[in-house]
Design a binder for this molecule. Structure first.
Ligand SMILES: [Zn+2]
Length: 274
């Protein structure tokens, strides 16, 4: 995609999870091997190499390493007890990835796509810049009605998305993300096996730190919730969390601002719905 000048790159992924039976399950039988872990790779303009798309776990500048923190806000959808669910899920992510998270408060902001109106058709792009400006958080976790955001497309129970950017002066990394649970989906309370809100949170927050779907239903990152779903990250999930976490190493360059669809539309001379 030619969305930015050649020295820069932006990207986004969207992963959704469905309740078993709600939509057609992917067919693991079609694959020749069963995958238990998966992360996203992208071309890094800084190094010219394909790299794992991940957050900044730490910065090493002048021989001094400092830990970075990912600030997060919660849109509780009217139930303040959900903050504790998010904190529990992020504590598990932190334990296996070494990433650090910092709670900055409740928000009413609803993460969504901007729509870029290209002559060839509309393209969707996560509105990372607007989310950052509205929430002052790197990550928003929320409970949102199906009709309130275009991140939901159909029968999914939740979605998770990341926005990354890099340039010749800044190593490619995730700079903004969202994980949403759809209100009204029947889920078990807490972190239990089966289709529980805790398992769904772990899955969508997994996307928000760069994890992709796998074909083994023993793992949290399997794309359909069912009776087989576990209540915590399993061996493959933990491998993915290490690949996107502190064990993957510190960055040496400062991060860029979150990608801004308005800027990209302006540069392309096209309209945009923010
Ligand atoms: Zn998913």
């Amino acid at each position: 995609m030619r969305l930015l000048p050649s020295a820069a790159a932006v990207g986004t992924t969207l992963g959704a999870v469905a309740l078993s039976g709600a939509i057609a399950a992917p067919s693991p039988a079609a694959a020749t091997t069963t995958t238990t872990y998966a992360v996203t790779h992208a071309s890094d303009p800084y190094s010219g190499r394909s790299v794992v798309v991940r957050w900044t776990p730490c910065m090493t500048v002048g021989g001094v390493t400092t830990a970075a923190t990912i600030s997060y806000a919660v849109n509780t959808g009217g139930d303040p007890t959900r903050v504790a669910l998010v904190q529990k899920a992020l504590a598990e992510v932190a334990a296996y990835s070494g990433l650090r998270f910092r709670y900055v408060g409740k928000v009413s902001y609803v993460p969504h796509y901007a729509v870029l109106h290209y002559p060839s058709g509309n393209r969707l792009m996560f509105n990372a810049a607007q989310q950052r400006a509205a929430t002052h958080a790197d990550l928003v976790v929320g409970w949102v009605s199906a009709t309130k955001t275009n991140l939901f497309r159909g029968g999914e129970a939740g979605v998770g998305t990341v926005s990354w950017t890099g340039s010749s002066r800044s190593q490619l990394r995730i700079v903004e993300a969202a994980a949403l649970i759809k209100l009204g989906v029947p889920l078990r309370a807490g972190f239990t096996t089966g289709a529980s809100v805790g398992s769904l949170l772990l899955h969508e927050i997994g996307h928000a730190v760069g994890l992709d779907h796998v074909s083994a239903n023993s793992q949290i990152m399997y794309p359909v919730l069912g009776s087989y779903t576990r209540s915590s990250y399993q061996a493959g999930d933990r491998t993915s969390l290490r690949l996107v976490g502190r064990p993957a190493g510190c960055f040496r360059t400062a991060a860029l601002a979150p990608p801004n669809p308005a800027t990209i539309a302006s540069a392309a001379g096209i309209g945009v719905t923010l």
